[in-house]
Design a protein around this ligand. Structure first.
Ligand code: MTE
Ligand code: HPA
Ligand code: MOS
Length: 765
């Protein structure tokens, strides 16, 4: 990590505000505290089959089992048995049709967990099994889609194919990915006065949990208070998928008037929750002898699982990213979100973009191989330039793709690395090395335009300490540090004066999920606006106080807030402290709180026309990976990994660096080791760390450099910063293509299957 350290050396960046708490085990998560007296523990009866007609659930014996307080089923729901959000297709408990294995059918509430578990066996399910579908192609053949096919088209695709020198066709598939957040799904519902519920939920979306729960209980949203201290990781797995468990806890508490704790075990969590979408894509590409792509036709099939969840939005983002960083003049992108009998697949870092990008990157490598071209050159040739228009009509205005490629080539010593690899491969039979290159152009904004809004509430207390609540949820991305930094900059105080609070619907309502990498953009801007209001209100009292203390006449508009001090910019030495100013302002009856609201400007997209301006801006970058494969054992080592990432004016470079590394390694896991399988019953056979391998510290590359390129991008967000949560996930794909490159030294025709596990590698070598 040496180079990275060097790159960071001269830039100031403040502390990670949760770091010490995490390291000392003092950060608090839901249900970390001792449960309240009277708490009931929930356990679920999960469906043993993937698809069935549900005839009857007999709970009578379970209910009379010792220690059992109540068994909850659909019959206990006072409101609507519906948790579907965008498309209303998902019941809390199925009543007629079981749609996936491990679908919760009933909830046992008991005085302790063990009792609840034992009672589950006493519930009798009468069902008639139905044929189940797990493959999106099978679903597609039966036209089992949640919504009709989506299409984005630009140029004259058929004409371009007719004129192209070369044409290639193929099919590309990727597997799913388990989120493997450290904190599993959980919720703790505590009833309070009247019919109200305080709902501690491990969710990325307080608004959705509040709205859906209120709907299920048949009460108002204001009767549900959703509280999220922080999450032990989410990665998209708690954007929508947390709602069902929150609803369960709330329903239990509502019916019994006792606190109810829902906490899935790792096995239950991995069996019952949806994952990253496997996609299968059929494609056809037309290109010339230089490797310039002239026509591209792709049909993306997303394996959505049993209910729509976020699948349509994920499919849409996959479509928006299916040309990745390349300008393809004639393009037809079709997408279908297919209904299958797996747990509803859901958001996962990248939100469809990795699936779309995987296809085109594989195609570029194939074209380069066929034409004998350099893989970096062919990418540069096809890369977007400013003024180009994306397939959906958005103009590329601040692309630095060419510079990024050049920078990467230089940083990674591409030319000599390439010849070293060649020399090595010529000398070695058993061990083969390979290189992989993947750029990224990632669109920032929720593609559901209405979600691009955020709010913040700030209180300055009379001792000058500050409390900040935004709609954002802390999940390890250290949004809190960034929010504190934004407020600190505006008020000119140190971040140690600021507490960023839990997310809570009473303090900030109607919050969009913390997702789409927009957390710091939309909440940070809302916090900036709120802090600016407070600063504005403080200018007048500041001028007065300076006058009182220093007998100096200053104009309110000349007041500067910096380093915990306040002064007129004409007379920096005659200052007052921020603390004194706050006390004075309070005494002068000046409001010391503000609410800030922000919406991302100029976003629109017409789904009928497949045209619009869905993204506020793009994040660009590129990665180069080098691997060595043992063709006898199928094992590999990641010899080097170089990343160049364009980042605007970072709010906190160390946090961004952590995001870049974490995301890239998470994708490395997805495409090389996380082998997610299900059996003929549609039950995931990988359900814990012994059957599902995620990357560990020993999987880090031997050489790993991350170069964060600051830019003056005028399109960026709060203080010129750019979103960082998801885009760097894409870099991990470079390892897959490096492995494929190595294997092609043995078998030039090889198309590695996904993920590139040792078994997959052995198949071709
Ligand atoms: N980083 C950590 N440590 N834990 C997480 O759960 N989620 C990722 C990313 N980085 C995640 C993370 C995902 S999927 C998203 S969308 C963003 O963080 C959300 O946070 P942000 O918008 O504030 O960056
Ligand atoms: N990303 C993440 N979550 C979302 C999106 C998106 O683009 N749209 C709706 N939910
Ligand atoms: Mo991230 S997948 O948008 O939560």
């Amino acid at each position: 990590m040496q180079n990275t350290e060097n790159a960071m050396k001269n830039r100031s960046t403040s502390q990670h505000l949760s770091g010490a708490l995490h390291l000392t085990g003092k950060s608090r998560f839901i249900a970390d505290e001792a449960p309240l007296q009277g708490t009931l523990y929930a356990k679920f009866l999960f469906s043993p089959v993937a698809h069935a007609r549900l005839r009857k659930l007999d709970i009578s014996q379970a209910e009379s089992y010792p220690g059992i307080y109540k068994v909850i089923t659909a019959a206990d729901i006072p409101g609507q048995n519906m948790i579907g959000h965008v498309i209303k297709d998902e019941p809390l408990f199925p009543t007629l049709e079981i749609m996936y294995a491990f679908q919760p059918l009933a909830m046992v509430l008991a005085e302790d967990e063990r009792c609840a578990e034992l009672a589950l066996a006493q519930i009798k399910i009468d069902y008639e099994e139905l044929p189940a579908i797990f493959d999106p192609e099978d679903a597609d053949a039966r036209e089992m889609w949640y919504v009709p096919q989506r299409k984005i088209e630009n140029g004259d695709v058929d004409k371009a194919f007719a004129e192209a020198t070369y044409i290639m066709e193929g099919k590309t598939s990727n597997s799913g990915q388990e989120h493997f957040y450290m904190e599993g799904q959980r919720a703790y519902a505590v009833p309070f006065e009247g019919n109200r519920i305080l709902l501690h939920s491990a969710t990325q979306s307080t608004m959705e949990v509040q709205e859906v729960t209120a709907h299920v209980l048949g009460i108002h949203a204001h009767d549900i208070v959703v509280e999220v201290p922080r999450l032990g990781g989410a990665f998209g797995g708690k954007e929508r998928a947390a709602t069902i468990w929150a609803c369960m806890a709330a329903l239990g508490a509502f019916v019994t008037k006792r606190p109810v704790l829902v906490q899935l075990s790792r096995d239950e969590d991995m069996h019952a929750t949806g994952k990253r979408h496997p996609f299968t894509s059929l494609w056809k590409v037309g290109y010339d002898e230089k490797g310039k792509i002239l026509a591209y036709d792709i049909q993306l099939l997303a394996n959505g699982g049993a209910y729509s969840d976020l699948s349509v939005a994920i499919l849409e983002r996959a479509m928006f990213h299916s040309e990745n960083a390349y300008h393809i003049p004639n393009i037809r992108i079709r997408g279908r979100a297919c209904l299958t009998n797996l747990p509803p697949n859901t958001a996962f870092r990248g939100f469809g973009a990795p699936q779309g990008i995987f296809v085109i990157e594989g195609i570029l490598d194939k074209i380069a191989l066929q034409l004998g071209l350099d893989r970096l050159q062919i990418r540069k040739l096809n890369a977007y330039r400013n003024g180009d228009i994306t397939p959906y009509g958005q103009e590329i205005k601040a692309s630095q793709m060419t510079q990024i490629f050049d920078h990467l080539s230089q940083k990674a010593d591409y030319e000599s690395r390439k010849s070293e690899v060649e020399t090595f491969n010529n000398k070695n039979e058993r061990f083969k090395r390979g290189l992989g290159i993947v750029p990224v152009k990632f669109g920032i904004s929720f593609t559901t335009a209405l979600l691009n809004q955020g709010s913040a509430l700030i209180w300055v207390y009379i001792d000058g300490s500050v409390s900040v609540t935004t709609g954002g949820v802390e999940m390890g991305q250290e949004l809190s540090t960034k929010m504190a930094e934004v407020v600190a900059r505006i008020l000119g105080i140190s971040t140690s004066r600021i507490k960023v609070e839990s997310s809570n619907t009473q303090r900030v309502g109607n919050a969009s999920p913390t997702a789409a990498s927009t957390g710091s953009d939309i909440n940070g801007n809302a916090a900036r606006i709120a802090a600016e209001k407070i600063r504005q209100a403080l200018c007048e009292p500041a001028a007065e106080l300076i006058k009182q203390e220093h007998e100096l006449d200053v104009k309110p508009e000349d007041i500067v807030f910096t380093a915990d001090m306040v002064y007129s910019h004409a007379q920096p030495d005659l200052c007052v402290s921020f603390i004194d100013l706050i006390r004075f302002a309070y005494n002068s009856r000046i409001p010391l709180a503000a609410y800030g609201y922000y919406r991302t400007p100029q976003l629109w997209f017409d789904r009928e026309l497949g045209n619009g301006h869905p993204f506020h801006y793009y994040v660009y970058g590129a990665a180069l990976a080098e691997v060595e494969v043992d063709t006898l054992l199928g094992e590999h080592s990641l010899r080097s990994f170089h990343i160049v990432h364009e980042n605007g004016q970072s709010l906190n470079e160390r946090i961004d660096l952590g995001q870049i590394i974490g995301a890239a390694i998470q994708c490395y896991g997805w495409c090389t080791m996380e082998d997610l399988k299900w059996n003929e019953q549609g039950v995931y056979t990988s359900a814990n760390p012994s059957t599902y391998k995620i990357p560990g510290i020993r999987d880090l590359p031997e050489i790993f450099t991350v170069e964060i390129l600051p830019s003056q991008s005028t399109e960026a967000s709060v203080f010129g910063s750019k979103a960082v949560g998801e885009p760097p996930f894409i870099y991990g794909l470079a390892v897959f293509f490096a492995l494929q490159d190595a294997i092609r030294k043995v078998n030039p025709e090889a198309s590695l299957s996904f993920p590139a596990t040792p078994e997959a590698l052995l198949l071709f070598s």
